[in-house]
Structures are given as C-alpha cells and as structure tokens.
Design a protein around this ligand. Sequence first.
Ligand SMILES: C[S@@+](CC[C@H](N)C(=O)[O-])C[C@H]1O[C@@H](n2cnc3c(N)ncnc32)[C@H](O)[C@@H]1O
Length: 308
Amino acid sequence: MAALTLADCADLFGVEEASLSAEIRNIFASHDWEYEPVSDERLDGIVINLLERVRDGNFNRVENEDKSRWVKGWGENLEDFNASADVAALIPKYMRPDMPIRLFGRFVATRASNFEQNWFEVFSSWFFSTYLRSFDHIFEFGCGSGINLANLAKRFPDKQIIGLDWAEPAVAIAEGLRTKCGMKVRGEQFDFFHPDYGLEIPPNSAILTVGAIEQTGTNFGPFLDFIMAKKPAGCFHIEPMVEWYNKDNIVDYTAVRAHDFRNFLRGYSGAIDRLEQEGKARVIKRKRAFLGSIAMEGYSQLLWAPTP
Ligand SMILES: C[S@@+](CC[C@H](N)C(=O)[O-])C[C@H]1O[C@@H](n2cnc3c(N)ncnc32)[C@H](O)[C@@H]1O
C-alpha cells in the first residue's frame, strides 16, 4: 500500500512542507494514511455506478429554495446535542466511511475507514490556524451542524464566532454552543438567496463557507452582492469548484456530471475573477482540493477580499 506523506499533505494544502506547524504534524502523525489505487475492474464499477446515479436522479438536488432536508438533518444533530451537550454530536452524518475516495485525480481505497474525516481534521486545523488567526470576528455562513464553529471557538476562545444558516436547528446548535458549552459563539438565521442587510459585519471580520455556497447553484449573486456591500476583510471558501476539474479525466468527469446534476455551485470562481479584473476584489489563493469523497472534491480553496 502507498501512504499519504506529510509532503503530499502540504501539496494538497498548496503550501511548503516546512511551513507546517508542530500541531499539524502531530495531528497528521496520529492517523493512518495508507491507501491503494482501486483495480481497473473496481474503477469501471465506480464510474458506471456514479453515471447511473446521475441518469436515474439518485442524488440529492438543490432546487426550489427547499431547506426541508437540512432542517430534518440538523434537527437530528440538535436532538443529540441537546441530550449530550457534547460537540461529538455535531459530526455531520453525510461523511461516509468505508468508501473509496478521490485522491490526485484517481479513486483510491483507504485502509482507515474514516480517512476523509481524518483528513478534514488535519486540513481544517491547518486552514483555520493559517488563515483565520488574525481576524476578530469569524462569520461561518451555512454553518450546518456547527462542527466548524465548535472547532473555531476552541482554537480561538477570544474571537467572536457567528454561525449563520437558513435551517433553524443549525442556528439553535450555534446558540447552544454558547448557552450549553460556554463558547463565544452566536447563531443567526440567514438565507443566501435573500440576505439580511441588517446583519452587521464589523471591521476585521472574516467570512467563511465550508461546503455551503455549493448549495446555491448559479444563484450565488444575492450573497456575492451582500459580500461586496459589507466588504469583510477576507472571504475564505472551502467549496467544490466544478470549473477546476479536468474534464478529460474520467474520474474528474464523474464529479462534473454529479455536480451539474445536483445543481451545485457554478460560475462563482469566474465571478470573483471578473471582480478582480475590475479592480473590485483581490484573489489571495485558488487551490483545487485533489482529495474528496466518491462524488466530489469538496475542499477546494478560494480565498479573496473585496477591495476596501
Ligand atoms: C453541506 S452543509 C455544510 C455545513 C457546514 N458548513 C459543514 O461544513 O459541515 C450545507 C449547509 O448550507 C446550508 N444552506 C443551504 N442553502 C442555504 C441558503 N440558501 N442559505 C443559508 N444556508 C444554506 C444548509 O442548511 C447546510 O447547513
């Protein structure tokens, strides 16, 4: 079996290995990163299965501004959290263990059943400590189960962390992190399609999204207008970017087909590029994830800031 190395990890992050802190090295060292490419036969099976799921409509689709799926899903997490007041109840139930994952444009089978979850632990620890340290307020839009809010609040206990979502149970979890766990977190309802301009974004605020604006399809305009009006000090997106796949690669092609079928985010990175060309924004980083679940690479990095 091959194994993901620390150098691979730095490469996936888009940084030099030497820049990785002792904390990140320790988290990385605590997990099993062994994997092997799937056999040709298994590859055929995965590709056919994904294309058939697209053909048969066997994926959740974003449509009609319907939040019911999220209200139900986060409602289950809220119930567990209310019963236990334990942040372990916040792990989203959609990361599927024991499935092949995407790695460097290939499907691979991993020895650890929760390889992707482990990777997200290293990735998010690195991402938050690298990019969000200098801000006073962190707004996570589409905060969902609240797992990132809890991790941010633990890492940065003095910062104000704000969790926003259109699903009421997600807002309730964010509030619960303050009232039950004593974290400096608050929750507010917010809809990407109908932004509340009454929401104050104070100076030195960061906007964070993690697999959230993916849910706006091509209707990200209202949220982008909101960002441009509020001019946060930085915008940090961890999202699937469909334009960054290589459509000539069969593994990537299945992600593109699934992404398009699901009506996930399309056109956002181009919109930011245009803002940059017009002098209205500065792009800090674009980095394709090259790691993800069976159906997509959800962790591409687009970092930018509106020009003040
Ligand atoms: C895939 S989940 C990601 C949750 C969280 N960021 C995480 O990393 O676990 C997508 C989130 O976006 C939220 N969402 C989807 N459409 C939204 C909208 N129009 N306005 C606000 N939130 C929305 C959902 O309720 C859900 O919490």
